[in-house]
Design a protein around this ligand. Structure first.
Ligand SMILES: Nc1ncnc2c1ncn2[C@@H]1O[C@H](COP(=O)(O)OP(=O)(O)O)[C@@H](O)[C@H]1O
Ligand SMILES: [Mg+2]
Length: 262
């Protein structure tokens, strides 16, 4: 499949004796919304961490837009057009929503507006452009009326969307979202779903969503890959995955484990 935007081939990641990912392969087609789901500890975040340069591969490889990227530095991968959010919210709480997004752009462009010592006309032009772009991104995630609100004062669901806007400030083609629905109520999940569909339509984005439960991804994913203990146990359409005996077993097993711990 040469047409995939991201290709993961036979990826294995070990931490000492622990195998976090075991020979996992998957393709992400351009402009698709795909999901990786699986119980806690399945290796989902590890997958994103390899694709963004935080972890290296023990074996196997990751290619993006025709070039091998595993083992490259995170900033280099970001420049190629891959952005992510983290499982745990990482915002600057005392800064406004707008400033949080502007910092996302600033980190990306090396001629940074915050660190620039020369506040000449070029600086102001850049600053104005970044501000306008940040406003547009906040509107795209439904935070157009919250630009001046401190990040910490936003309700949790909006904080998660602010993180997405910040990731978009690097102008990615591929957006990797690590459990964006965690902690959201079902109305907020519906809202997030429609935002992700809009982002694909308006920005031509390709999106990989990681989820622990199936609620978010079932409604919007073109293709789902299921991991359990680092292994791919199923993949296909939401309907195919939902009815897979392997998947049902993995999730029931997790429920049983939780029940026995409580
Ligand atoms: N940096 C690390 N060092 C050691 N073990 C790790 C590290 N990162 C992840 N793991 C382990 O790898 C496995 C998969 O973790 P992770 O990818 O975070 O799972 P998930 O995101 O699906 O919950 C877990 O057993 C986890 O403890
Ligand atoms: Mg995780």
């Amino acid at each position: 499949m040469t047409s995939a935007l991201l290709t993961i081939q036979n990826l294995t990641v070990r931490f000492g004796g622990l195998v976090a990912l075991d020979d996992v392969s998957l393709d992400i087609a351009p402009r698709s919304i795909q999901a990786v789901i699986g119980p806690n500890g399945a290796g989902k975040s590890t997958l994103i961490n390899v694709a963004t340069g935080i972890y290296g591969a023990t074996s196997g490889r990751v290619d993006y837009d025709g070039a091998r990227i595993d083992g490259r530095a995170p900033h280099a991968i970001s420049r190629l057009g891959i952005a992510r959010t983290f499982q745990n919210t990482e915002l600057f709480g005392e800064m406004s929503a707008l400033e949080n997004v502007m910092i996302g752009a600033d980190r990306h462009m090396c001629g940074s507006y915050l660190s620039s010592a020369m506040h000449g006309p070029a600086y102001w032009r850049t600053e104005q452009a970044i501000r306008a772009e940040a406003r547009r991104l906040l509107e795209l995630v439904g935070l157009g009326n919250d630009t001046d609100v401190e990040a910490a004062a936003l309700p949790f669901g909006k904080q998660r969307r602010l993180e997405i806007a910040r990731a978009l400030a690097t102008r990615p083609r591929l957006l990797l979202l690590d459990e964006p629905a965690a902690g959201l109520r079902s109305a907020e999940i519906d809202e997030l779903n429609s935002i992700l569909l809009d982002l694909r339509a308006n920005l031509g984005l390709t999106i990989l969503v990681i989820d622990h439960v199936m609620a978010l991804v079932m409604a919007i994913s073109d293709h789902i890959t299921v991991l359990n203990f680092g292994r791919k146990i199923a993949e296909g359409s939401p309907q195919e995955v939902r009815s897979s005996p392997e998947v049902i077993k993995a999730y029931l097993g997790e429920k049983a484990a939780h029940a026995s711990h409580s």
